[in-house]
Design a protein around this ligand. Structure first.
Ligand SMILES: Cc1cc2nc3c(=O)[nH]c(=O)nc-3n(C[C@H](O)[C@H](O)[C@H](O)COP(=O)(O)OP(=O)(O)OC[C@H]3O[C@@H](n4cnc5c(N)ncnc54)[C@H](O)[C@@H]3O)c2cc1C
Length: 433
């Protein structure tokens, strides 16, 4: 069985630099066996066998393994059900402690609970740390000790509490010599897992000062390269939130504000896990959605006859990304113009977005549908034409994704805006009366 060691389990934190749990594992006085699990509980649910996220993670795992190998160790990469795999790992190695970082999603919480129990039954401790947020769980509460459910007061308290301590980096790099020395095992291929590579070029891991300088002015215009595209790296922890928050604090408070939204929705999901399946405001679960499947298909495929909506959906389908402003427009359109359940749209985004994150996606959808925490009031129904005039005034974004928008063959609007607005107000009023 060999010498006693500890395991560091990589999950949403696929990096060596400034990684909280890894730091504590490396500093603990025992050699660290680095582990990653391709979780079949998650992978089996993905229908698309060229899923971009799987390719992204796979590339990152190979990179991480290479980096770890330069320290005389190797990443143990396993494929299967985590609980079963952990019971094998603790038979093969003399494990003293398993280290990991917190994950706030309901599935992950349940999985971690089961693994903790298995470990405890075997006399092994499970130590987890905050890593993917600046503030988590109960760290930001209102004066009455309750979680905030409105963004503005949350962000004020968040900013007031922020200091160097919370954004200092963990100096993991000094301790990487403490990895367990072994020569490794071959890493399973994507094909063996039933997937194939998308051969896609993913966004860079860095943020340029020029972007931050122009972010406030440019971020709302989908035709500009005005946002950081770091969503996927934050999602999988290939960059550190602390490093990014340090930069944002120094260079652009608007950008810092977006990172606060991210923390906000994470703590909402933590405190109110029911939002995964229900409206945050329970009365809104009474809305009688029309859920017309043909209209839903037209929306998914970018054939609604509303060019800004179609452009957004086509950008999503083609690239796995959609600009934030357009996410708001298409989500509002689906829920309010078409009266289709926000959960349908949420699920579609969850399949397609490279930066898909349960908390932000759920928060964004519930915001747009008016059912959520900080939701836009239900009577605010985005007018796609006015949104276009404001945010794509030269129609550059529309031209890029819907070049035929002025051709006679382009579909007529799937529903009239004024009619749809009235119908929406009636449906919402009925549910809330
Ligand atoms: C309906 C809808 C669904 C969304 N789904 C997701 C999702 O699945 N994953 C996701 O990360 N974001 C989601 N967002 C939020 C936002 O659209 C994306 O974070 C952003 O477009 C990602 O692009 P970027 O990295 O260039 O953003 P930037 O503008 O450069 O922002 C930097 C980072 O801040 C965070 N951020 C920015 N805006 C928000 C926000 N409103 N809520 C939470 N975090 C935010 C993200 O981590 C983002 O990467 C959604 C928004 C809406 C309206």
């Amino acid at each position: 069985m060999g010498k006693e060691l500890v395991v560091f389990w990589f999950r949403r934190d696929l990096r060596l630099q400034d990684n909280a749990g890894l730091y504590y594992a490396l500093k603990g006085g025992f050699n660290v066996l680095p582990l990653f699990i391709f979780d079949t509980q998650i992978l089996f649910k993905l229908d698309d066998k060229t899923d971009r996220r799987v390719s992204f993670i796979y590339n990152q795992i190979l990179e991480l393994d290479k980096e770890i190998q330069s320290f005389g160790s190797s990443l143990l990469v396993l494929y299967g059900d985590p609980l079963k795999l952990f019971s094998d790992v603790i038979k093969e190695y003399k494990v003293r402690t398993v280290y990991a970082n917190h994950d706030y999603e309901p599935y992950a919480k349940e999985r971690d609970f089961q693994i903790m129990q298995l470990l405890l039954e075997n006399g092994i401790s499970f130590k987890t740390y905050k890593d993917q947020t600046i503030f988590e769980k109960d760290e930001i509460l209102s004066g009455s000790g309750k979680p905030y459910t409105v963004f503005t007061p949350y962000s004020k308290t968040w900013l007031a509490k922020l200091n160097e301590f919370y954004i200092s980096s963990y100096p993991t790099m000094k301790f990487l010599g403490n990895f367990f020395k072994w020569s490794g095992k071959p890493v399973i291929s994507l094909e063996e897992m039933g997937f194939s590579s998308t051969s896609e070029i993913f966004p860079l891991k860095t943020i340029k000062q020029e972007l931050l300088d122009k972010y406030t002015a440019d971020r709302d215009y989908p035709a500009k390269e005005g946002t950081s595209r770091l969503g996927v790296h934050l999602r999988f922890g290939t960059i550190s939130i602390r490093v990014l928050a340090q930069k944002a604090r120094e260079l652009n408070p608007t950008y810092l504000g977006e990172l606060i939204w991210r923390d906000f929705y994470m703590q909402i999901l933590w405190h109110f896990p029911q939002v995964e399946h229900h409206a945050f405001k329970p009365d809104y679960d009474k809305i009688r959605w029309r859920n017309n499947e043909m209209e839903f298909d037209a929306w998914c495929n970018g054939h609604t006859g509303y060019p800004i909506v179609d452009a957004g959906m086509r950008q999503l389908n083609a690239t796995g990304f959609m600009h934030n402003r357009v996410r708001m427009i298409v989500a509002s359109f689906l829920t309010k113009h078409l009266l289709i359940d926000w959960r349908w749209g949420e699920a579609y985004f969850a399949k397609k977005l490279l930066d898909f994150d349960l908390s932000a996606n759920n928060g964004g959808w519930q915001w747009a549908a008016g059912t959520g925490t900080d939701a836009s009031p239900y009577f605010r129904v985005f007018n796609p034409r006015l949104q276009t005039e404001k945010f794509d005034p030269k129609l550059d974004y529309i031209r890029k994704w819907v070049p035929e928008f002025q051709d006679p063959g382009y579909p007529k609007p799937i529903v009239d805006h004024v009619f749809a607005r009235e119908r929406c107000l009636m449906a919402y009023k009925e549910a809330l009366s």
